[in-house]
Design a protein around this ligand. Structure first.
Ligand code: HEC
Ligand code: HEC
Length: 230
């Protein structure tokens, strides 16, 4: 599976795109502060979703993220209807190597670097406008539901719900929808935030939340928000 993904990424970048890396005009900081991100968000170009649809075709995004942005496998996240600022930000982070937790992110980097900021804004606009992937009702043990909704003051853990929304449908600014992604994907991201391997979050907000979670809680929170238990 791992080799397959690597092969498909390298094939796609050589086949589909003109492979001219577009230099980023402004230097992105090594980590986002609230100020640097808000400044960047103000500079986000207005996205053209029709152009975004063409770019998505050209970049073969559908092979991993699904025809309309509803991921066909458990490995890649769904994108349809996702928060637009978040989509733009993560593409920018892949492009600038700020989100680089493992080889899958290398693949996303190889793709994102071939696009400029206007392209990324267009792609974000396109996916944000698609019909959202199916919603689930979060469910788990009373203890895990309590953790998600109420947090844990003793560990200074802010409730997931206070940022991601009561059902995990997403929050303000760049806070993504997590409801109905795959168990595998959610668990991987939470583990990467906990270990600090994923470090593209603004002011380390997600890392602060994940670092106090046990592996068992990560597993259960992933199940709580996921579209299946596998
Ligand atoms: C070969 C498979 C593959 C292709 C092709 C691909 N992606 Fe991805 N993408 C992934 C995987 C896997 C991840 C998750 C990385 C991780 O788990 O660390 C991802 C992550 C993302 C994310 C972050 C989403 C989130 O919820 O955090 C965005 C946005 C994204 N891809 C957009 C695109 C766009 C736009 C294209 C086309 C230009 C594209 N991807 C092409 C596999 C792919
Ligand atoms: C302080 C606000 C905040 C809290 C509390 C918080 N999150 Fe997040 N979370 C975010 C933001 C913002 C991001 C996007 C990070 C980035 O820029 O890539 C995120 C990203 C994520 C992701 C990655 C989504 C993806 O598509 O890759 C997961 C999974 C996640 N959060 C789960 C949780 C869970 C479970 C909790 C509760 C233990 C939680 N979060 C608590 C704000 C928060």
């Amino acid at each position: 599976m791992k080799t397959l993904l690597l092969i498909s990424f390298s094939m796609l970048t050589t086949l589909s795109l003109n492979n001219q890396a577009v230099a980023d005009p402004d230097t992105q900081p090594k980590a986002w502060s609230a100020d640097s991100w808000h400044q960047q968000m103000r500079l986000m170009p207005k996205g053209d979703l029709y152009r975004g649809a063409q770019l998505a075709k050209q970049g073969y995004c559908f092979t991993c993220h699904g025809e309309k942005g509803y991921a066909p496998s458990r490995n890649a996240p769904s994108l349809a209807g996702q928060n637009q600022a978040y989509l733009y930000k993560t593409l920018l982070d892949f492009k600038n190597r700020l989100w680089l937790a493992d080889h899958k992110d290398e693949g996303m980097h190889d793709l994102a670097r071939t696009f400029d900021k206007q392209d990324l804004a267009d792609l974000a606009a396109y996916y944000a406008a698609q019909k959202p992937w199916p919603k689930i009702t979060p469910s788990g043990s009373p203890a895990i539901a309590h953790l998600a909704k109420r947090g844990d003051p003793q560990r200074l853990l802010t409730p997931c719900a206070s940022c991601h929304g009561a059902q995990g449908m997403g929050g303000p600014n760049e806070t993504p929808r997590i409801n109905g992604q795959s168990y595998l994907y959610l668990k991987r991201q939470l583990s990467y935030f906990k270990s600090g391997k994923r470090s593209n979050d603004v002011e380390a907000g997600m890392r602060f939340a994940a670092e106090v979670l046990s592996e068992e809680e990560i597993d259960q929170l992933a199940r709580y928000y996921a579209n299946s238990q596998k």
